[in-house]
Design a protein around this ligand. Structure first.
Ligand code: SF4
Ligand code: MSK
Length: 652
């Protein structure tokens, strides 16, 4: 019998609660009351934020305050530390070039290309791990996973030119996995899923020289360009940024989404609960945080293991309560209806419930300080990826080949931690909110009766004016969730359908917008459509990599009308973005022809030509551009104007 996986402690365990007493001394009740309101729009988060301030438990908002004022050169993209001749900063009138001679425009453009490539790499490496699992199933090296959606497997195989006749799922999995892995590298130089884009959109890419070639090729090319002494022209540098982002959206992120559906099931509408109130006092609570569904899906399975269930009884708990966070949470919510404790800025607060036995993480958007927060409670932080070993966490090396055994050991560790809970520290003063989720492209098509025609007809008739993809994160520069919720509410009021992913979707869920009853908040046209279909006016389409679903939906609409994506009444928005991944998403939206409004200014203000290229010049290249508007109500105006203009141009 194989040995049970054992955790390794990374660094030192933090047994002493690291309270910030100095800050506590400065806080009086009035300041706490004011800050609680300033920090979040999430009603359920407010009592927890208040408690962290009263007890002196540090959170993201405290660290943000401690970082102020931030460096104005870094904030505007004018600092460079790429090589050992620097660091350099552009400070006119004297310092107008770095030591190497790079000017403000080039420094800003190189920094932005670096940001896009980082985000594209993160999404796509996540995708690679999923495809490697599919390939491993075909090779017989991975046995803990099954094909949950064989029909989608065969559909994708046909798309990739993999013959399926007379082959079993395992054989097809191996061949499709191989074909997808080939696209990552440098040999093929084209992406199959990008062929879903309307012909007119692909022609635009071809003409601009930005047709995606594969993530490894385009990211390495980007890294080459930002080496000192390579990229010298800001516009040429940024054009490559569009290409890298397309390799992410139509490549790495698309395969992450599609193969996750094959392995874990294509989402269908289902109901669940969100916010910090999903944590249950009577249960062993395990939060699943990060991005890749491979670990979390196995934890769901392991939690039902009879041996684990016997252990749950032994420790006196009523059961195991799994709760999602951020995008792993979105994956679980979409496919399994597992409740979600919240988005990016809920990750520290869920520990402060005092009822979380384990915070299990893989990678991306995980605060390295979580073990510090956990030191004030009994929570174990359990890390699992060789890429993200967090000091102060217990580490299990998770591989597809040892998936179930590792997941079971993790769940066991959480259950065994239940008796360490301190009952008087348990604090769950809020109730969860209902959500309807699971709107994959396939599910939307299904809800419309098997074709997109009814949606196209409703748009053409003007009952639905258009659609907006609202995506991205939380950022302390914006009141938590305020940007997402305000923009979504405003757009649905104007008969604009919202399709959302990532932390934006969870924000809408917490605010009640993912319920069919939220149709009552929509304008009359959208309200009637939603009520007749029994769906909410804000559709939850998944995690951050599932922004690819938004691209695929846009492609379906473009193909239905036989026009490029840029001609459709669509827009994108990222009201509270923080991550490099969000910059890649915004870039592939724009490169695909979707006007995109950002709520937080990227670090580009130091170069007026770069700002002008991104907000105006790109219209002449990809027929779309970025805008920056921190006020969500004004962003709604920009989006509405754009959608109405597109409708007029289409003659509808
Ligand atoms: Fe300075 Fe140029 Fe080196 Fe950047 S690459 S640190 S601008 S010398
Ligand atoms: S988790 S990338 S904070 S959406 Fe995908 Fe949320 Fe942004 Fe991470």
């Amino acid at each position: 019998m194989a040995e049970e996986p054992k955790p390794k402690l990374i660094g030192e365990r933090r047994d002493v609660c690291e309270l910030d007493r100095a800050r506590l001394a400065l806080m009086n009740p009035a300041i706490i009351e004011q800050k609680k309101e300033e920090r979040t729009f999430d009603e359920a988060a407010k009592p927890f934020i208040e408690m962290t301030m009263k007890e002196g438990i540090e959170t993201v908002w405290d660290r943000f305050e401690m970082q102020q004022p931030s460096c104005k050169y870094c904030a505007s993209g004018l600092s460079c530390s790429r090589c050992a001749m620097g660091p350099c900063r552009i400070i006119p009138p004297e310092r107008i070039r770095g030591v190497c001679g790079a000017d403000a425009d080039l420094i800003v453009a190189r920094n932005l290309l670096d940001t896009i490539a980082t985000g594209a790499a993160a999404h796509s490496d996540h995708g690679r791990e999923i495809v490697l699992t599919l390939y491993g199933i075909g090779q017989g090296t991975v046995t803990d996973y099954v094909i949950a959606d064989p029909e989608k497997l065969r559909r994708l195989a046909a798309e990739y030119g993999v013959a399926t006749t007379g082959k079993d799922d395992k054989k097809i999995a191996g061949e499709l996995g191989r074909a997808m892995l080939d696209e990552y590298g440098t040999v093929k130089n084209s992406l199959q899923i990008a062929q879903r884009a309307p012909g007119a959109t692909r022609e635009i890419w071809e003409k601009a020289g930005i047709s995606p070639r594969g993530i490894d090729r385009d990211v390495v090319d980007a890294m080459h360009r930002i080496q000192m002494g390579v990229a010298a022209d800001y516009a040429n540098t940024l054009t490559h940024g569009l290409r890298v982002s397309l390799s992410d959206g139509w490549g790495g992120s698309s395969v992450a989404t599609e193969i996750s559906d094959v392995l874990f099931g294509t989402p269908k509408p289902n109901e669940s609960l969100v916010n910090l109130g999903v944590v249950k006092k009577s249960h062993v609570n395990i939060s699943l945080h990060g991005h890749n569904p491979m670990l979390s899906e196995m934890v769901v399975k392991a939690a039902k293991d009879p041996e684990i269930q016997a252990l749950v009884k032994k420790v006196g708990a009523a059961g195991i309560n799994l709760v999602g966070l951020c995008c792993t949470g979105n994956e679980l919510l979409m496919r399994k209806g597992i409740p979600n404790a919240g988005n990016h800025f809920n990750q520290e607060l869920v520990i402060t419930t005092g009822a979380l036995e384990a915070m299990v993480v893989d990678y991306q958007c995980i605060f390295p300080s979580l073990p510090r927060t956990a030191s004030c409670f009994h929570t174990h932080v359990i890390s699992t990826s060789p890429k993200s070993k967090i000091p102060g966490s217990f580490y299990f090396e998770f591989e597809p080949e040892n998936a179930y055994a590792t997941a079971k050991a993790i769940v066991k560790m959480a259950v065994e931690n239940f008796p360490n809970r301190i009952p008087e520290r348990v604090f769950i003063p809020v109730e969860p909110v209902k959500v309807m989720t699971g709107f994959s492209v396939e599910a939307i098509k299904g809800a419309l009766g098997g074709t997109f025609k009814p949606l196209v007809d409703q748009i053409a008739a003007g009952n639905i004016r258009g659609a907006v993809g609202i995506v991205g994160c939380n950022n302390p520069k914006v009141k938590h969730d305020y940007g997402h919720v305000t923009l979504s509410r405003e757009l649905i009021k104007r008969n604009i359908l919202c399709v959302e992913t990532g932390c934006a979707a969870i924000a809408s869920g917490k605010a009640g917008l993912l319920q069919p009853s939220a149709a009552s908040l929509a304008g009359p046209g959208l309200k009637t459509v939603c009520e007749s279909l029994g769906i909410p006016p804000v559709l939850h389409m998944g995690s951050c990599v599932d922004c690819s679903r938004i691209l695929h939906l846009a492609a379906e609409l473009g193909n239905a009308l036989n026009v490029g994506i840029h001609r459709l009444p669509l827009a994108g928005a990222a009201p509270e973005w923080y991550s490099q991944k969000a910059v890649s998403i915004g870039s592939y939206f724009v490169a695909s022809g979707v006007y995109t409004v950002l709520g937080v200014m990227p670090k580009i203000a130091g170069s007026p030509p770069v700002v002008s290229l991104l907000t105006e010049g790109l219209k002449g290249v990809v027929n779309a551009s970025f805008a920056v508007e921190p006020d969500p109500l004004k962003a709604a105006d920009l989006i509405t104007d754009h959608i109405e203009r597109k409708r007029t141009e289409l003659g509808i």
